[in-house]
Design a protein. Structure first.
Length: 248
């Protein structure tokens, strides 16, 4: 089950954290992977790891805050692999601060990367998936988009918008056999949470029914499932991967 043999996946934000582990998990399941991120050096080591394991991968230096960069990256992927079956919109940034004092540049930067960038990537993917009459799009949202959190108005707006975008595109593309879903990770041990103190991490774990922060592999496993044929009757859904921290 959950074999992705002969499938091609493109993962944004693939140089570290959830994106990196997701790219490796998709390759492990048999997919050929186009790994996209701004950092070429980090991508190179990850692609090398996939190749050494017998997989096939391509490093794409791509900035999802730049429309031209997105278009060029998708074109390179198509030139290499000839098709696109799976898109994982994972790239994201944070610029936290209280709403009253939030600078417009911080607001714009987060929305441009986390939401507009995902929209532009979806547009590029759909051009190919519609011709193939099939595809999987998985957007990485967040538990805070489901429950709210002080000091993250821009981030939550972007991830909440991503959930809405997921449902809109799912409705538009269902007749083309293209499913569109989101995963909403809780607090995950990753570069994004590395800045937190151990005390804060312990306090967070105490709020989670399963008693621990999640792992990047927990999220990647959910993404692999949604990318697989076994998830063919699931679309417009938000899969919470949060240890029970938020229960819809």
């Amino acid at each position: 089950m959950f074999s992705l043999k002969d499938k091609v996946a493109l993962v944004t934000g693939a140089s570290q954290g959830i994106g990196r582990v997701t790219a490796l998990a998709l390759a492990e399941a048999g997919a050929r992977v186009a790994a996209a991120a701004r950092s070429a050096d980090k991508l190179a080591s990850m692609v090398e790891e996939i190749m050494k394991s017998g997989g096939e991968a391509l490093a794409l230096q791509m900035d999802v805050a730049d429309a031209a960069s997105i278009k060029a990256g998708f074109q390179k992927s198509l030139e290499r692999f000839g098709r696109l079956d799976i898109l994982v919109n994972n790239a994201g940034v944070t610029r936290d601060g209280l709403a009253l004092r939030m600078k417009q540049d911080d607001w714009d930067a987060v929305l441009r990367t986390n939401l507009t960038g995902a929209h532009l990537c979806i547009q590029q993917a759909l051009a190919t998936m519609m011709k193939q009459r099939g595809g999987r799009i998985i957007n990485v949202a967040s538990v805070v988009a489901r429950m709210g959190n002080a000091g993250q108005a821009n981030y939550i707006a972007s991830k909440g918008g991503l959930i809405g975008l997921t449902k809109a595109i799912a409705a538009e593309m269902a007749s083309r056999n293209i499913t569109v879903n989101a995963v909403a990770p809780g607090f995950i041990v990753s570069p994004m949470t590395d800045a937190l103190t151990e005390k804060v991490k312990e306090e967070l774990a105490a709020r989670i029914p399963l008693g621990r922060l999640g792992t990047e592999r927990d999220v990647a496993a959910a993404i692999v499932f949604l990318a697989s044929d076994e998830a063919c009757y699931i679309t417009g859904h938000v899969l919470d991967v949060n240890g029970g921290m938020y229960m819809a």
